[in-house]
Write a protein of this length. Structure first.
Ligand code: HEM
Ligand SMILES: *[C@@H]1O[C@H](CO)[C@@H](O)[C@H](O)[C@H]1NC(C)=O
Ligand SMILES: *[C@@H]1O[C@H](CO)[C@@H](O)[C@H](O)[C@H]1NC(C)=O
Ligand SMILES: *[C@@H]1O[C@H](CO)[C@@H](O)[C@H](O)[C@H]1NC(C)=O
Ligand SMILES: *[C@@H]1O[C@H](CO)[C@@H](O)[C@H](O)[C@H]1NC(C)=O
Length: 327
């Protein structure tokens, strides 16, 4: 009798807890979140203005911001965990991991946007939304790709070096490894192929692909391209600095379907780029992007929005980090 009652009580507690939790799990992002309830109607234009002014001076920062969005979302969701600096309490955050350090850039852009937002609407706009909006604005500036991005993300407090290594795909990954790393984040193979078009912009450090040049040319890379890259990137054991090269030598600052032409011509820097040719489906998608006008741009926009919803924190989870996004 007593145990029956306790079971009943336990059930009741669970049912109540479940009801309380439901609205949380259903809470979702919405387009124009900061326009509603007078939260911060200028938020999106403040971010856009900040991004524009930085990217006009250095378009590489636009590439950096798009990659920052990817690296944020794939590690603990889009929660700005990638921005947290090392601190005595957390000496080894994502920022220090091999995929992020020293290559990730654009942190100053986020700092400037956050500073402007804190002036206009203190404590309201999350760092996670700033990254998502900044990446969207960069895609427009570099590729005239325009889309609405839902907002209302909140910021996380946890950032762990090892998780960046665990969840971010490496340039030596083959197709099944790439697919698996996107699948655990809820993105499918076509999302992955579409998002890879971001490798039409920005740069890479030599160390990310010299294993394809030395000691011998990786046969999955154009031999002429490899000869050319060997001039720019000495063998790692000779190199005093880790140089950088553009990902797309034709139009390094134009987010475009040119990436897919490069992949087909074995002119991708990474083995992972070449891997998109290794299944019938992905090869077809690569070809479709080269032949169907507007298809890449439309798919890229959709996939960026989808990536922006990975494991997001919404009220009352997380926090609005401030006054800076780094602490
Ligand atoms: C498919 C798996 C991917 C792999 C293996 C990969 C790997 C890499 C690597 C190794 C670099 C060069 C880093 C360096 O050495 O400086 C790079 C750069 C870049 N990646 Fe990816 N990436 C992938 C997917 C993505 C996605 C999904 C995006 C965004 C939508 C993206 C955007 C970029 C951008 C924009 C750059 C240039 C960054 C800059 O110039 O600062 N990548 N990627
Ligand atoms: C961002 O600003 C540019 C002008 O610098 C404008 O053309 C573009 O439409 C703006 N984007 C958004 C989403 O407001
Ligand atoms: C990709 O690499 C993994 C790990 O090395 C291996 O198990 C798998 O068979 C490879 N897949 C393909 C398609 O080559
Ligand atoms: C991948 O997901 C997108 C959108 O979520 C969907 O439109 C597409 O059909 C999916 N592709 C595959 C191969 O499942
Ligand atoms: C690398 O260093 C070795 C030994 O110093 C030298 O013989 C070789 O020519 C160098 N290779 C290049 C490509 O600079």
């Amino acid at each position: 009798m007593e145990s029956k009652i306790s079971i009943l009580i336990t059930c009741l507690i669970f049912a109540t807890a479940f009801q309380l939790l439901l609205p949380l799990s259903e809470a979702s992002l919405e387009v124009g979140y900061y326009n509603y309830k007078n939260r911060c109607p200028k938020a999106e234009s403040i971010v856009n203005y900040t991004v524009s002014s930085f990217v006009k001076k250095n378009s590489g920062l636009g590439a950096g911001l798009i990659r920052m969005f990817f690296h944020d979302c794939f590690v603990r969701g889009c929660d700005a965990s990638v921005l947290l600096d090392p601190s005595p309490a957390n000496p080894d955050p994502e920022k220090k991991s091999i995929p992020n350090n020293p290559s990730l850039r654009g942190f100053d852009v986020i700092d400037a946007a956050k500073a402007a937002l804190e002036k206009a609407c203190p404590g309201v706009v999350s760092c996670a939304d700033i990254i998502a909006l900044a990446a969207r604005d960069a895609a427009y500036l570099l590729g005239k790709i325009s889309y609405d991005i839902p907002t209302g993300r909140r910021d996380g407090k946890v950032s762990i070096n090892a998780e960046a290594l665990q969840f971010l795909p490496a340039p030596f990954f083959n197709l099944s490894q790439l697919e698996a790393s996107f699948a655990i984040k809820g993105l499918n193979t076509s999302d992955m192929v579409a998002l890879s078009g971001a490798h039409s912009i920005g740069r890479s450090h030599c160390s990310s692909f010299t294993s394809r040049l030395y000691p011998t040319t990786d046969p999955t890379m154009s031999a002429r391209f490899a000869n050319f890259l060997r001039i720019l990137c000495p063998p790692p054991q000779n190199a005093t600095i880790d140089g950088v090269v553009p990902q797309n030598f034709l139009k390094p600052n134009r987010l475009s379907k040119q990436y897919y032409f490069n992949v087909k011509a074995l002119l991708g820097l990474f083995f992972s780029d070449w891997s998109l040719l290794t299944s019938k489906e992905t090869r077809q998608q690569v070809t479709d992007y080269t032949t169907t006008p507007g298809l890449f741009e439309a798919d890229f926009a959709k996939a960026m929005v989808k990536m922006g919803s990975i494991e997001v924190l919404t009220f009352p989870q997380g926090e609005i980090r401030g006054p800076t996004c780094r602490l």
